[in-house]
Design a protein around this ligand. Structure first.
Ligand code: CFM
Length: 551
């Protein structure tokens, strides 16, 4: 793995060859499907990109990187909220393995502030409940939780067996709420098998938080420039860094969905004047629903990368439009960039021209490319695990996305303007002006492909075989993915940066986060240690198989 292959980077012809090589290994039917999910990027005028197949079932037998709907609902969207008491209704493994492994952090406002995150709460279903039903045990668990912890709100998360045996978590929630009216109790039908990945769980979580939590409390934090960040989950302390910057700029972050968040912040989130969306995949539903019901505009931002952070701050300030705010933001950017630049130049000198691959989730494979660009590195191949076509090709394709049975399975809420609380934050004219003058991109996301280069290889729902071919042919200087990929890739002689949990590091968001990332990548791509790795399969003979049948 120490010599570079002759794959000319960014060369569409070579990317096509790699694609063919990947597909060659599959039986005809599998190859036909994967061919639609492995695309050589091509940007034509007007930011047009090729169509990619996404958000469809993984082919049985292929080891996917994906997770389940329960993970997307409980782990991802609700997990980082510290004072909604979260009960996993199911066997103990689901609750245990979704307990803080994502490294989402939290910081109660006072030393004795409520924080349930250090607890893993589960009904621990046994054979008896699987046979005779688990509702009784769930009710008991809720009563026990209320008497011990006195929470403001309780979320019940369904695992696969709950749906299979037919426990009704919603009627349990209603019954317990009648008994304990001071507690907001709600259930999620987020059984792991719902949908094709964790993406379904995001949607289920958005729906319930929107209908059962947002709008419950009429209060807001102090400040003139108040907004929410949707889709920031405080992995490795990212939200702390973002909060620091926003505070420096003199703006008020009312709530973050859901990094470092509290129940009351969600419940009063409808009082702000703007929503900015960071992870489009996991929370675009909430942005849309809040706009329809309460009249809050939204646009996409990113705090990953120093340049992206600066651009996002400018956009938010321009939206509020106060000259003193814009001035303050510029001042903060200059001061922060001074520190960023010094490290960036130093690291860039050692990293320039090196290559990266990113295969992560539903938004980071896009955002983190900016950090690599800032230190002169090139992304040669990237893809999401579970994103939809709009995250690849931009929201403009949404009307053309075929709604299949799996998607129809997830409820789409019909949302109307609130009769008393709908309040347009800007007039249609003001919004239009902002669009023309500042290119705000209201209700827009351009997606990953338009911001990559022609000839880059885009792969949806990457699997192990495909990762091996990429490694062999491109020999990237760094591979970004998760824990399931980490050690196989590293045994192949390429360092792997976990972009889910950040390994043991972070934050990577904002200005200080960018500095952390540059330093970390510098250490990884310029360390010689990986060149000396000999994988077990390079030392011993390998058993190979191939398909003899034709279909
Ligand atoms: Fe959004 Fe996320 Fe992501 Fe995601 Fe995730 Fe995550 Fe991710 Mo792991 S919400 S889509 S379901 S940015 S847990 S914080 S890193 S796969 S790219």
């Amino acid at each position: 793995m120490s010599t570079k292959s002759n794959v000319a980077r960014n060369d569409a012809g070579e990317a096509k060859e790699v694609r063919e090589l990947i597909l060659k290994k599959y039986p005809a039917k599998v190859a036909r499907k994967r061919a639609k999910q492995i695309i050589v990027n091509q940007i034509t005028g007007d930011d047009q990109v090729p169509e990619i197949m996404a958000n469809t079932r993984t082919i049985p037998g292929i080891l996917t990187m994906r997770g389940c709907a329960y993970a997307g609902c409980k782990g991802v969207v609700l997990g980082p909220t510290r004072d909604i008491l979260q009960i996993t209704h199911g066997p103990i493994g689901c609750g245990f393995y979704s307990w803080l492994t994502r490294r989402n952090q939290t910081r109660p406002r006072t030393a004795d502030g409520t924080n349930f995150m250090p607890y893993a709460m589960s009904t621990d279903m046994q054979e008896e409940e699987i046979i005779f039903g688990g509702e009784k045990k769930l009710k008991k668990a809720i009563e026990e939780a209320i008497s011990l912890f006195h929470p403001k709100a309780i979320g019940i998360f369904s695992t696969c067996p709950v749906g299979l045996i037919g426990d009704d978590v919603h009627s349990v929630a209603r019954e317990m709420e009648e008994k304990y009216p001071e507690v907001n109790i709600f259930g999620f039908s987020c059984e792991g098998y719902k949908g094709v990945s964790q993406s379904a769980g995001h949607h289920i979580a958005n729906n319930k938080v929107f209908s059962k939590v947002v709008g419950q409390i009429e209060q807001h934090k102090e400040g003139e420039y108040r907004f929410n960040i949707l889709g920031e989950y405080n992995i490795g302390g990212d939200a702390f860094e973002i909060e620091r910057i926003i505070e420096r700029c003199g703006m008020t972050l009312h709530s973050t969905f859901s990094g470092n968040s509290e129940y009351e912040e969600f419940a009063s989130a409808h009082t702000v004047d703007l929503n900015v969306v960071m992870c489009h995949r996991s929370i675009n539903y909430m942005a849309d629903m809040m706009e329809k019901r309460y009249g809050i505009p939204w646009f996409k931002i990113s705090f990953i990368g120093a340049e992206a952070t600066a651009k996002s701050l400018r956009k938010i300030a321009a939206y509020f439009g106060a000259p003193e705010l814009m001035e303050k933001v510029e001042k903060v950017i200059v001061e922060e960039m001074y520190h960023v630049e010094a490290v960036r130049q130093e690291v860039k000198a050692r990293c320039e021209g090196k290559t990266a691959m990113l295969f992560v989730g539903g938004s980071r494979a896009h955002h983190y490319q900016d950090l690599f660009t800032e230190i002169g590195m090139k992304t040669v191949s990237a893809g999401y695990e579970f994103a939809h076509r709009d995250d690849y090709e931009g929201r403009k394709v949404i009307p053309n996305i075929v709604v299949d049975a799996d998607t129809r399975n997830i409820e789409e809420l019909t949302v109307e303007a609130d009769p008393t609380r709908y309040r347009p934050r800007k007039t249609a004219e003001e919004l239009q002006q902002l669009e023309q003058r500042e290119h705000m991109g209201f209700n827009e996301y351009l997606g990953m492909m338009a911001e990559m280069k022609s000839g880059d290889l885009i792969i949806d729902d990457l699997n192990h075989h495909e990762a091996e071919v990429l490694m062999e042919k491109y020999k990237p200087d760094i591979f970004c993915a998760g824990i399931k990929e980490k050690y196989v890739i590293q045994k192949g002689g390429v360092p792997l940066k976990q972009l889910h949990s950040y390994d043991y590091s972070g934050p990577y968001a904002g200005f200080r986060g960018a500095i952390n990332f540059y330093r970390e990548i510098d250490r990884m791509v310029n360390s010689n240690v990986f060149r000396f790795v000999k994988a077990p399969w390079q030392k011993n003979p390998e058993l190979m198989g191939s398909y003899a049948c034709k279909s």
